[in-house]
Write a protein that binds this ligand. Sequence first.
Ligand code: SAH
Ligand code: SF4
Length: 389
Amino acid sequence: MNKKLEQRFLEEVDLLQGGNAYLRSVKNVSDIIAQESFSKEELITLLQAEGQERALLFDAAHARKIEFVGKQVYFRGLVEFSNICSKDCLYCGIRKSNEKVIRYEASDEEILGACRFAWENRFGSVVLQSGELSSPAFTERVDRLLKAIKQLSNEELGITLSCGEQSRETYQRWFESGAHRYLLRIESSTPDLYNQIHPQNVHHSFEKRLECLQLLKDCGYQVGTGVMIGLPFQTMEHLAADLLFLKKLDVDMVGMGPYIEHEDTPLYVFRDQLKTKQERFDLALKMIAALRLLMPDINIAAATALQAIDPAGREKALKIGANVIMPNLTPCDFRKEYQLYEDKPCLDEDAELCRNCLEARVEMAGGEIGYGEWGDSRRFVNRRQGSSH
Ligand code: SAH
Ligand code: SF4
């Protein structure tokens, strides 16, 4: 081929390839949101939506939520019953090596009192969350609490646990004692990134985490997982992969929120590389909206970390795709010591739990509180009835 011809050939190939790439990228948000399944590239386009397109994404997610799970918003009263943890996750303020934290264990009376409040106020469910321990004494204590909560509430309160990685026997035992949902975030579904935000040792293994999620499913729990958004080293590809991971694992519930740095953690040294908090918040909302399109019948929680950045953060999430909110029932004295991240809200308990205020906030977000209901994930119910979409 002579030089001129060669040049022209190359230009044409370029045009063709560029043209294809262009065609791919012009599949715009309005085309994508009408679909039911999404490629990684399409999810990235959604996560990058701005202005009018962002509004389209949010409206579509809201509509899909109403269509599949209705406008009910379910309460889970959150009780952070202990901050004692055997692990050292590099992002977490209550990690074992943070000696500034005063460790606590709420008493049975305090925990059961918070659960009684939830029951009397027709919250439907509670979440018991703690640092991760696997001692027999801890297993035993949680077991005892589960039975006591069932008893005090006439078997009416639903119970979600969030106590980290445990053995099959422990998960099974807790399930039999009354827990029926379990939250265990995968944090990042990309093993390399997972390893960058955890110490490199057997106690922080990605494979173990995955195995635990499977064990929980096998035991019969409704399983919730999720990721942090805006982590150092995290890209849009990672986040799109996270969404596809959640879909593939076919989880019942997702709780995901912005990563927020904490000064007494190793990851704090990367604070200058982070997106601004507002950007992380916005990205978290887009993740929730994209997830609602991808998994229309699951439960999605409006994460508390959203509220640490924007006081109306949880309501904004409800407006676009979330359908679960976790009012904090942890006694305020303990909350100061359960700072997973900086600025974690320790609001006036009365204001946070005031029934009228809660109702007004949910209504403002177009929702309606599902009082006294467990609010099981539609996905779980559909799957059990063998009519999954
Ligand atoms: N120990 C249990 C439950 C408590 S931690 C567990 O690890 O599963 C609950 C969640 O808090 C974690 O899954 C993590 O996603 C979130 N978290 C911890 N540190 C955080 C931070 N700095 N910013 C945002 N979320 C954080
Ligand atoms: Fe412990 Fe959970 Fe924090 Fe990890 S994220 S250090 S397991 S409380």
